[in-house]
Structures are given as C-alpha cells and as structure tokens.
Design a protein around this ligand. Structure first.
Ligand code: BGC
Length: 690
C-alpha cells in the first residue's frame, strides 16, 4: 500500500512528473506543515541571543515536517560567506570594477562551496540594487550604477553559487538609501522602474535564481514585502519566476495577511507574522489556502531542484578559506583595482630604482574589509596594505611607516623617501549598513558628502608637498570626491575594500607585478551637486529616469572620472569598428567587432565597452547606454578582433500605454572604446527595420 508521499519521491522525479508530485505532496501536507515551510524555526529569543554573533550560524526555516523535507539554511554575503571564518573576497563593488562575469562566476562557485561545506544551502549575497547615488551606505554590496553591467555580474554570481546551493537576489526593489530604508517610500514611474531599476533582477531570474529577497522600503506606497504589484504581477507574473520570495530580516513584513496575499513566501528570520498568526489568518479566510499552497509549491520546487545539485564527492571543510580560494581572492582584488591617475611614470614602482618607500596613513595598517553589518565576513587573516607592500617590496627597499596623525612628521618621513604611498579612504564608520538598534554602535549609514575626511585630505596635501612622487591608494565602497587634492599627486588608485588578500593585491599593482585593469562601475563626480537629490531622511523620494552617466550625459556635466574609466601601465589602440549588418529586424541581433592592439610594452587586460544611442526615438532616451562589454588579455604588440553582440530586444523601451516592451524602428548609434566618455570612442550605426 502506498504511504504518504515523501520528499524523496519528489526529488526522484523530473520535469512535469516532479511538478505533479509536488502538487500531491502539498495537497497532502497539514496546514501546520505548510506554514512550517513558510516560517523560520529560529525563535525571536534565540535571534536576540545570537545578535552579537549575527550570521555566524545559518538561519533555518521549514525543517519541521514528517516528509523528509530539508530545512532551508540561509547564510549571508556578498563578499564571502558570513559563517565562521570564510574567505573574504573583495566587496561586490570591487568585483563590479573587474567587469569580468566569468571571474565572478568562479567567485560564486567558491562561495557556494564554502556555504555548503559549512552547512548552509541558501546564499543571501546576490545584492544587485542599482547605485542611484554613490553615497548609498551599502554601495559596496552591489556592483555599480548600470543595469546591464549589474545584470551580467549578478547573473554570473548566481550561476556560480548555484553549482552548490540556492542563491537569493536582493533587495527587490529600489533599495538604495540606508538611513531611511525601513520607512522610505520610493516613488518611481513605470518606465523608470522597468528600464532602470528592474532589468538586472530579471537577468538573475532568467539565470534561474532560486530566491528573491524583498526590500525594506516601500515602492509607490506599498512596502516591498506587501507589494503584490512587484511580487505577483512583475516578478512571478510577467517574468515567470519559479522560485520563492523571502522577506528582508525582521522589518520586511509588517502584517501577515498583506505579505502572504502579495506573494511573500517566507518570513525571515523569525516567525513574527507567519507561524501561528498566519495559521489563524488562513482559518479565518483572510489568506486563501491557494496562496499558501502556491508558496509551499515554490519552496518545495527549489528544494527538490537543489537536492540534486552539488558535488557528489562531498564538501571538504578544509577548503574554506584555504589556499585555492585565497588565491582567487587575490586574483579578483588585482583585477578590480582602478588606476585613476598616473603621471610622470609615478607608477609602477621599480624595485631597482627605489631605496626607501614611505607608507603613510592609519588605513595602511588596518584590515579594512568593509561594512560590519549583515555583509560582514570574518576571514582567518587579512593582509593590510603595509603588510602587502612589505611582502612584495623585496630586500633592497626599506619600507618605513607613519600613521599620519601628525602631518609634519608624516611629511618629514615622506621627504626622506624616494616615493610615498598614502593609504586613505573610508571604513565601516563612514559607510555601511545602518542598523537602528540601541545596542549596536553607530556604524555605517549613507554619505551625503563624498570627499575624504578632512584630516586625510590635509595629510595627502602635506605629504604631496614633501615628496613629488606621492601615490594615493584609496579604500572605499563607492565614489570618492578627490578634487581638493588630485592635482597635487601624480598617481592614485582606487582599491575598494579589497578583501583578505587586499594588501598583497595593492602591492602587486604598485610594483607592476599586476597591470591594473579595473574600470569604474560608477561615475566619480567632481561635486555632490552633480548628482541626483539624496535626502536620506525623507519619508518619500522620487527616483527619476536619470542618474549616473546617463544624467551626466544628459546635462552635459564633466565628471572627475567617467563611468567605465581606468588606466593601465600599457596602451591600447582601438580601430576598425565594424557591424556585421546595416539593418536588422526587431527579433535580430548585430555583431560588432573592433580591433584591439596592445601598443605598449607590458601585457595587460583591457575592458572594451560598447554603448548604444538612439536617433529619432519617439520617447526621451539616454544619450547612450552600456549594452555589451568584454575583458580582453593582450601581450605586448598583440592584436585581437573583439566581438560583441547586441540583441535588438535589448534596445527596447517600455511602452507604458501598451504595457509592453517596444523595439523602435530607428537608427542606433554604436560607440566602442575604453570608457563611457572620450574622444577615442569609435562609432558606427545600424537600423532596426519594421
Ligand atoms: C539586510 C539583508 C541581509 C539580512 C540578513 C538585513 O538587515 O538588509 O541584506 O541579507 O539582514 O543578514
């Protein structure tokens, strides 16, 4: 006689058969078991006890049942796995600056492996909120300001992580102010939402992401966790998302009925409004059973899918933060560093030409990995900039150090050296997740002013006045305004929060062992007034269509450094931009090819960028938008033809009257080059025909 259907039977089936078994299993579960799938097992008391050790253990949900359904075990990211002592990679923004989806996929695989080896099966670190204003406190957790670039990077992380565990894309949607995140109502029109704030989420859905986390804020008047328009209509309806939605932690649900009916499938991390209260709502007919069944179906579908994913040989805990992953962290950090300025051959530092090198600044000796909120990762070690420079300097160079507390002393040390490195920038007190709890000291939050702290600016000026070869290494998660001092130093690099191998990566770039290849994933402005409004206390804000390079282009503003900008120790020549067709239908695609030659003396990697502009559009459109990019490695003297594809569908705008994407039959201008701005961009055009 057949007994009650088990989870194992579901896992054993494929395709439609599996779907129908899930249906049977759901029909067979008791209401308690169903609600158990939607509710965490952690109690509020335990959560409070665990707060000082936040995220060090996975958060469980849905483990209690009689059918062998495994628990969901959530662990956070995005710069590694928050559990125990995992590998700390450079923050997402740094990885965004590497513009390398294939590398990001490898990072994802490493993180997925470490999650699984430590008992988690659900990774919460695919943060893809668009950076509307670089002052957002959690900027470091995302990849940048452009939806295409964000989507490529996010989808790559999803693919990597999901080789081992489920991944969660967050925070859905329009979550990009920290201080007001728990109450702000983001007003956004439909076109802006669809074209600017959502495409990267759609790309992760298309890449098969298992989960999506709703945001804390409201969108157009409704809390994201109660927002049926976002969750049911767009995510699950229009996009056909087959996974489940979890709430952001603690304050992401404010009433169970609204959340469950809007399509929020799991409340995290404790059952406040789900659990028993949700059961009462179902009994009272306030939440229809079909909504519960739908949520449970989604959860079981992903649990069954991932029961078969992973390494059958098992997971070796000793690989967590082991040599292989540390080497990957080093590689990523090296590829993410952006050389912003390099005059008078200030860089690279030659080991045979220097005798003394002065390293200055308190950040040089701090293991500054970034935010200390939910994205905190606690690696077994972290190489500081000073330690990295000492590791790499070699025997012949004497490396001296001064904290820089006394500017005169620092300047005197710089004067006595052949070159000076000032390590300046930000830390968790300047930017990061804002957690409004009395027991948490006030770390993080947004930056309204984007310059360095004044003392650091003065330190740079004092050191630069004493040593002509002063190089500034910037640490931080987003744009920094450098106008007060940038003309006084010959060289500077943006190293972001470079992870546990960061100091070694910085030194590799300084000494030229790694040729810098990172490019900015956001505009660096000259002043705050070039940016969109950023009222971090407002209850209601308007997100307009323009931000970042789109806004700079539209208003004809001159940035300090444009989106996509980054120098190298070699030089590249772009020529011969060709499109394979002059006309394509709205369903077609075009292949652009460009010849890229390394005309310098060092091997290097260049990030080739392709932008598209619209001629004669019937709606207001950006001057240009990033539509493709490629990282290309070249030896000195080597040339390659670089091909990039553009699908006509990706050139569509969202027609709000027709509620549909529309590819216009107009002329499209293609520009290809090393950044979003510059006289060296090559151009060509093609038409989409009706
Ligand atoms: C953050 C999420 C995070 C969660 C769990 C929340 O405060 O907003 O990004 O995943 O905590 O750590």
């Amino acid at each position: 006689m057949a007994g009650p259907i088990s989870f194992l039977q579901v896992v054993g089936a494929e395709g439609e058969r599996r779907e129908s078994l899930i249906k049977e299993l759901v029909a067979d579960l008791s209401l308690d078991e169903k609600i158990g799938q939607m509710s965490p097992s952690t109690s509020l008391f335990w959560h409070a006890v665990m707060l000082p050790r936040y995220n060090l253990r996975p958060y469980d949900s849905g483990g209690k049942n009689s059918r062998g359904i495994p628990a969901m075990k959530f662990s956070d990211g995005p710069r590694g796995i928050a559990l125990n002592h995992s590998t700390c990679f450079p923050v997402s923004m740094a990885r965004g600056a590497a513009w390398d989806p294939a590398l990001e996929q490898r990072v994802g695989e490493a993180m997925g492996y470490e999650a699984r080896a430590q008992g988690a099966n659900f990774y919460g670190g695919v943060c893809i909120n668009l950076l509307r204003h670089p002052g957002w406190g959690r900027a470091q957790e995302t990849y940048g300001e452009d939806p295409h670039h964000l989507g490529e990077m996010g989808a790559a992380l999803v693919s990597g992580v999901q080789k081992h565990v489920m991944a969660c894309a967050k925070h859905f949607a329009c979550n990009s102010i920290e201080k007001s995140r728990l109450f702000v109502d983001v007003q956004v029109d439909e076109r802006t939402l669809r074209e600017i704030y959502l495409p990267h989420f759609k790309k992760c859905v298309d890449a098969g992401v298992a989960g999506v986390m709703s945001a804390y804020n409201k969108v157009n008047g409704l809390l994201c966790g109660h927002n049926g328009r976002l969750l049911r209509e767009i995510l699950k309806g229009d996009w056909g998302f087959k996974g489940f939605v979890v709430s952001d932690f603690l304050w992401g649900v404010k009433d169970g009925k609204s959340a469950a009916n809007a399509g929020l499938d799991i409340e995290m991390p404790v059952a406040i409004f789900y659990g028993r209260r949700l059961k009462r709502l179902v009994r009272a007919g306030e939440v229809p059973m079909e909504n519960i069944d739908e949520a449970v179906t989604r959860i079981l579908r992903q649990k069954a899918r991932f029961a078969k994913v992973g390494d059958p040989a098992g997971y070796d805990r000793s690989k967590v933060a082991g040599k292989e992953h540390a080497a990957l962290a080093l590689e990523v950090a090296g590829k993410s560093i952006v050389l912003l300025k390099n005059e008078n051959s200030a860089l690279p530092l030659g080991r045979d030409e220097l005798k003394t090198l002065a390293v200055i600044g308190p950040l040089a000796t701090r293991s500054n990995l970034g935010d200390v909120g939910s994205s905190r990762v606690r690696p077994p070690y972290a190489v500081t900039a000073l330690a990295g420079i000492r590791n790499r300097a070699g025997e012949s160079i004497t490396v001296t150090y001064n904290r820089g507390a006394n500017h005169e002393e620092a300047a005197a040390l710089a004067k006595s050296a052949d070159a000076a490195i000032v390590v300046a920038g930000l830390g968790p007190r300047n930017e990061g997740e804002y957690i409004p709890l009395p027991i948490v000291r006030h770390y993080g939050g947004d930056r309204v002013k984007l310059g360095l702290p004044q003392a650091q600016e003065e330190l740079i000026l004092a050191v630069a006045a004493a040593n002509k070869r002063t190089i500034v290494v910037l640490i931080g998660g987003s744009a920094i305004i450098v106008e007060k001092w940038k003309d006084h130093v010959p060289a500077m690099l943006m190293a972001w929060y470079p992870g546990m191998e960061g100091g070694n990566a910085i030194a590799d770039v300084l000494f030229g062992d790694v040729n810098p290849s990172g490019k900015l994933p956001m505009v660096f402005p000259k002043s705050e007034d070039q940016l969109p409004d950023f009222d971090i206390k407002a209850k209601k804000v308007y997100y307009g269509y323009y931000h970042g390079y789109r806004l700079f282009d539209k208003k004809g503003l001159e940035p300090a450094f444009p989106f996509g900008f980054g120098l190298s120790y070699t030089k590249y020549k772009y020529s011969n931009l060709k499109l394979d067709q002059k006309q394509i239908p709205a369903t077609g695609k075009i292949v652009a090819s460009v010849d890229l030659k390394n005309i310098g003396t060092r091997q290097g990697e260049e990030i080739v960028q392709l932008y598209v502009g619209y001629k004669g559009s019937r709606v207001d459109r950006p001057i240009k938008e990033l539509k493709a990019f490629a990282r290309v490695a070249l030896l000195p003297g080597e040339a390659k033809a670089v091909e990039m594809e553009i699908n006509a569908q990706d050139l569509a705008y969202y027609n709000t009257e027709k509620k549909a994407w529309e590819v216009e039959s107009i002329e499209y201008n293609v520009s290809v080059g090393p950044s979003s701005r510059g006289s060296d961009l090559l151009s060509a055009s093609f038409e989409v025909t009706a």
